[in-house]
Design a protein around this ligand. Structure first.
Ligand SMILES: [Zn+2]
Length: 271
């Protein structure tokens, strides 16, 4: 986790925290959710973060055995930097508690007529839990908060860092693709850039064989076209600026050039 509370109860990020105070005494940090003590980890290998001192603590921040991976935490931090770079945010926080949930990143920005748009961003590194995806999206939607899921770009890349020709898609990618009107957003961590990736069906043909009937006439079997299941072809577009107030349903439809049918009725479509 990247956020902790100081002894005075203030929120502090791991990259701003100091192990010792001005008198050389060790600073103490606490979990904003369960209140137990945290260890500040400022190593050279990983992104600076906090972790629960007691490895057995039950806490929303430790969901899923050991808590979040370093990559997931790095994604969150980069997202915050990108959003702050591209938007005028009035609130911008990592690991922000919304009711019983914690958003990886949460921000508020001013839109037309002095209205405020609230946006929660969830980073997807490896997780594949579609129920959690739906529940979280719905939870935010019910509280008038836009929810944007951003995937790790590595899913879409080959070992040499070029885009894959065929990407295996799971339920979360499919549903995000539908919610964002035919594209998913992915973060290139190293270069701090976002791609909008459209995924299209891959058309294949079955093998065609020429046979002969009893009168010696030729006929062909096979050669039918079909779509590959579970695999799509990505078309990435670089998002130069991730402007959260520019995303509207109309814009999303323009991006695609056609209207998508509503296939996930329960899941609201934002962008
Ligand atoms: Zn905790």
């Amino acid at each position: 986790m990247l956020v902790a509370l100081t002894e005075d109860g203030n929120r502090i990020y791991a990259d701003e925290a100091q192990k010792k105070d001005q008198y050389g005494n060790r600073n103490k940090f606490y979990c904003p959710d369960c209140g137990s003590e945290l260890t500040l980890k400022q190593g050279t290998k990983n992104i600076w973060h906090f972790s629960h001192k007691d490895g057995n603590t039950i806490c929303i921040f430790r969901k899923g055995k050991k808590g979040e991976s370093i990559i997931h935490q790095t994604m969150k931090k980069k997202i915050k930097e990108i959003i702050e770079r591209d938007n005028e945010v009035i609130v911008s926080e990592l690991e922000w508690k919304i009711g019983s949930r914690i958003a990886d990143y949460y921000c508020e920005l001013k839109v037309h007529f002095g209205n405020i748009r609230k946006v929660a961003i969830e980073c997807v590194h490896q997780h594949n839990d579609i129920d959690e995806f739906r529940a979280k999206s719905k939870y935010y939607y019910d509280r008038d908060i836009y929810c944007l899921w951003i995937f790790n770009l590595t899913r879409f890349l080959d070992k040499d860092n070029s885009f894959k020709e065929e990407v295996r898609v799971n339920e979360i990618i499919k549903e995000a693709h539908t919610s964002y009107f035919g594209k998913v957003f992915a973060l290139d961590i190293a270069n701090e850039i976002i791609y909008a990736i459209h995924l299209s069906n891959i058309l294949r043909e079955t093998e065609s064989v020429t046979l002969y009937d009893e009168w010696g006439d030729e006929y062909d079997v096979g050669g039918e076209s079909y779509f590959l299941k579970g695999t799509k072809s990505p078309s990435p577009v670089l998002v130069n600026e991730l402007k959260l107030n520019k995303f509207t349903r109309k814009k999303a439809d323009t991006f695609l050039g056609y209207n998508r049918s509503i296939c996930m009725v329960d899941l609201p479509k934002w962008w």
